[in-house]
Ligand binder design. Structure first.
Ligand code: HEM
Length: 452
């Protein structure tokens, strides 16, 4: 060991552990967390910006300051791995896909996959995004009541199935749809199931295993079929033909894991981003009017294209603000690989770190009226004044969301297309949320369609 390393580790040993709520023997803070995870997170700020506690036998530390988010995701990212707790929960479905993998394997996969998300590629997916959104809007009758969250699920899964697999799954009983539902149920943080290994025979686990087996069969059949076909434009095809600098491609197992990962990471997140946009727009008529005005003047009744997106400035602010208030990926998890100093505290190796976006995004140190939906706040001056990582809906650093451009394009195009045809009256004035794999409405959201 060099002198400087010795000094550093000596200094680390002298640092105090982070403060946190009182914990009970054996169960730690599990009961408080399960009773009301929102209240639990709310109470953490009383202890400072680095707060430790334990849930279900795991040591946790929550970071509430943008500087510490940046330290973990960017400046000292090599000291933090993906959290085992999250890897174990998703292992059976997403395997060693990009979200969970680490080290050299992750780096190679990320390099192989990156070109599939280049702008030209995403541009080629805009047609199904806009066409499927227009056909959803046309299928609704004036005065009809719909579940907007379910409608967005059907629409975005149709878009994702087309772009990922070149499959149109509309109206079909689909193993892809079932797998997406099962993994989301499995991830419900307010349920004990989220903390149990897959082999424990609970109803959720049984459904999860069955859905994952069916999904595997579908993907295996698709991969075999595609091996005999000329290359297509969908992600599966692109990844099947991607090669590294030695001319080596991906194994069938790696392909399966990546496709499952895109579904896991890319579906529910986009559903929720859109659902919350519609919810917020229906609650704020003045914002909706401004949005209508922009869509009418920029698009003049035409369907939006990739090139229109940058002209739709207010639409962009609406989406940003919705992702601030309701970040679908509401917590980013990491695990310390070694003892680390964060904010003057020693955070021991093996601690699960949580970076709660939904808390940091509504901190009045960075945002005026933090709970208010105010798209207009997103001026250039405001963005320049905002500390880095006070807003990070797509994560940050080397592991930031690879699907960010895809999602940003899809959300804006779907929003602009549907909003040209309809408005919504919401029946739910107080949203009850639950911490699942994503931050989702507990009971779904009903809305009445008003044709424009
Ligand atoms: C509104 C939509 C979305 C949101 C809010 C979102 C958010 C995030 C966040 C916060 C991360 C970082 C996780 C971490 O650091 O642990 C992430 C990673 C990831 N996202 Fe997304 N995402 C969205 C859409 C998508 C889409 C559409 C896809 C794919 C089609 C996708 C694929 C991924 C993958 C593969 C990773 C892991 C990247 C890596 O570790 O190299 N996401 N996403």
């Amino acid at each position: 060991m060099t002198t400087s390393e010795a000094t550093t580790s000596d200094q680390l040993d002298d640092l105090p552990l982070p403060p946190g709520p009182n914990s009970y023997p054996v169960v730690g803070n599990t009961l408080g967390f399960l009773r009301d995870p929102f209240e639990f997170y709310d109470s953490l700020g009383d202890y400072g910006d680095v707060v430790s506690y334990s849930v279900a036998g795991e040591d946790f530390c929550t970071l509430l300051h943008p500087d510490y988010v940046e330290q973990v995701l960017v400046t000292e990212e090599s000291k933090f791995g993906k959290s085992e707790f999250v890897q174990d929960a998703g292992e059976r479905f997403i395997g060693n896909g990009l979200f969970a993998s680490e080290g050299e394997f992750w780096r190679r996969q990320r390099t192989l996959i990156q070109p599939a998300f280049y702008r030209e590629r995403i541009t080629s997916y805009t047609e199904p995004m806009v066409d499927f959104a227009a056909s959803a809007a046309k299928s609704w009758n004036d005065g009809e009541t719909i579940r907007i969250d379910e409608a967005m699920k059907r629409l975005t899964l149709r878009i994702l199935s087309k772009t990922l697999f070149d499959l149109d799954i509309r109206n079909q009983q689909s193993a892809i749809r079932d797998a997406v539902q099962a993994i989301n149920d499995k991830g419900d943080a307010s349920s004990v199931d989220a903390f149990l290994p897959d082999w424990v025979p609970t109803a959720t686990n049984r459904r999860f295993r069955r859905a994952t087996d069916d999904f595997d069969d579908v993907i295996e059949t698709l991969i075999q079929k595609r091996r005999g076909e000329p290359p297509g434009d969908d992600f599966l095809s692109i990844l099947m033909h991607a090669t590294d600098e030695h001319g080596e491609g991906m194994s069938d197992e790696a392909l399966r894991d990546e496709m499952a990962t895109f579904l896991f990471a890319g579906h529910e997140t986009t559903v929720l981003a859109l659902t919350y946009c519609w919810y917020l727009l229906s609650e704020h008529s003045e914002v909706r009017e401004k949005l209508n005005h922009e869509l009418d003047s920029v698009l003049d009744g035409d369907t939006p294209t990739m090139a229109d997106i940058e002209k739709l400035e207010y639409t962009d602010e609406v989406v940003r603000e919705a992702l601030r208030l309701y970040p679908p990926a509401y917590v980013v998890f990491r695990q310390t690989k070694e003892d680390v100093e964060i904010g003057g505290y020693r955070v021991p190796a093996g601690t699960t770190l949580t970076l709660p976006l939904f808390v940091i995004h509504t901190d009045d140190r960075w945002y005026d009226d933090p709970e208010q939906f105010r798209p207009e706040r997103w001026t250039t001056e405001f963005e320049d004044s905002l500390p880095d990582y006070a807003y990070f809906p797509f994560g940050g650093g080397p592991r930031h969301c690879i699907g960010m451009r895809f999602a940003n394009t899809e959300i804006r195009l779907v929003l602009a297309t549907i909003a040209q045809h309809v408005e919504f009256d919401c029946h739910t004035s107080d949203l009850d949320l639950r911490m699942g794999t994503t931050l989702e409405p507990t009971n779904g959201i009903e809305m009445t369609v008003k044709k424009r």
